[in-house]
Design a protein around this ligand. Structure first.
Ligand code: SAH
Ligand code: SF4
Length: 363
């Protein structure tokens, strides 16, 4: 079986070349071709000796997941659907803004954590994505978008906030993260790469030790009773442990705060008392809050908090001296907003009893 070179970071490629009697600088050259230049064709790697190119052709491939759909939203966000085989597909969303271009990528086909308000979670879980499938989303979208007129990359920020829980697929996510940071690959600063987690405490510690990037934590409730229901992983890692892990993370994080994500669910977690409880949490962990108006999906029992309620909630946080932003809902019309990413998942958990669910891709 040929190996897929997109599965390797610099260390992995160096080992691959060492096994073939090649020097480490070959690994660096190939890394640059692959990720800096976005070149997947060995024949185009002109500074590599022809004989080595032939060896590579015989023993390796460059195989990203194929883009099977590419849809532009009215607000400029663009959703890419990737085929990852065996009836599974995952999504990436590109979100252009004035001062940055953010790509939101997936780390699993489905998700096993089953948060109450999440469309991905409701589809069940199939498998972890490989490193090539994770970094391959960035690779493919980079190639598709090209560069801006100054020659800069259009994707300036990456967030692991698409389908799946990155910290439940940490080994593969870590290799992909290292590629994002590597100057010979994507060269992004740690502040421009964000991992979003529902709070898997031991994996947060590993991320801190091995590749600390910006961290977003899906809080969604200020107390264990409510969080147990909304984010079931809380039953395993309750708030006290989660907040302690956040404090440990900040010691190494590239920013001096954690971003807490908080989905605004009408009548569930959006009262004045909830906002005040969030202020108490902010006294324990340096943080900012990012409020996400709930994005509905078919079959979900929740409603989005009304705009005046969200405004009041933000006000209480701001009056308490805490930075709070409300996420603009993007890509609504193409179901590309947070938690609406559905892709296509062959559920192996049999939790839902459904097999293939793809309600929106068919036009
Ligand atoms: N598994 C990770 C990352 C993917 S989810 C995590 O949970 O953090 C990315 C973000 O979207 C999380 O904050 C998640 O809670 C939020 N989200 C999920 N479903 C949503 C929905 N229907 N509306 C708004 N936000 C949602
Ligand atoms: Fe998984 Fe995140 Fe969705 Fe929860 S919110 S089910 S952790 S993808």
């Amino acid at each position: 079986m040929p190996v897929n070179l997109l599965d390797f970071d610099a260390a992995g490629l160096t080992a691959f070349f060492a096994e073939r009697g090649e020097k480490p600088f070959r690994a660096r050259q190939v890394l640059r071709w692959l990720h800096r230049s976005g070149v997947g064709d060995f024949d185009a790697m002109t500074d590599i000796a022809k004989s080595l190119r032939e060896t590579l052709k015989a023993s390796a491939t460059v195989t990203p997941p194929a883009i099977v759909a590419d849809r532009l939203s009215e607000d400029g966000s663009r959703k890419f659907l990737f085929d990852v085989g065996a009836g599974n597909a995952v999504e990436s969303v590109f979100i252009p803004e004035d001062d940055r271009g953010t790509l939101c990528i997936s780390t699993q086909a489905g998700c096993a954590l089953d948060c109450a308000f999440c469309s991905t979670g409701k589809q069940g879980f199939n498998r972890n994505l490989t490193t090539a499938e994770i970094i391959g989303q960035l690779w493919q979208v980079n190639r598709t978008l090209g560069a801006d007129p100054k020659g800069d990359r259009i994707i300036s920020n990456v967030v692991l906030m698409g389908m799946g829980e990155p910290l439940a697929n940490l080994d593969n996510s870590l290799v992909a993260l290292r590629l994002m940071l590597d100057d010979n690959a994507y060269g992004l600063s740690r502040r421009r790469v964000t991992v979003s987690t529902s709070g898997i405490v031991p994996a947060m510690d590993r991320l801190r030790d091995e590749c600390p990037v910006a961290l977003a934590v899906s809080l969604h409730a200020p107390d264990d009773a409510l969080r147990d229901q909304l984010v079931p992983i809380n039953q395993k890692y309750p708030l006290r442990e989660l907040l302690a892990a956040c404090r440990r993370y900040i010691e190494r994080a590239p920013r001096d705060f954690i971003t807490f994500e908080y989905v605004m669910l009408d009548g569930v977690n959006d009262s004045d008392a909830h906002a005040r409880a969030l202020l108490a949490i902010a006294r324990q962990v340096p943080c900012k809050y990012n409020l996400i108006p709930f994005n509905p999906f078919p079959g979900s029992p929740f409603r989005r908090s009304p705009t005046p309620r969200i405004r009041r909630f933000v006000e209480i946080l701001l009056e308490g001296g805490i930075v709070a932003t409300t996420r603009k809902t993007r890509g609504d019309d193409i179901a590309a907003a947070c938690g609406q990413l559905a892709g296509q998942v062959e559920d192996r958990t049999r939790r839902t009893g459904r097999r293939v669910i793809d309600i929106r891709e068919a036009d």
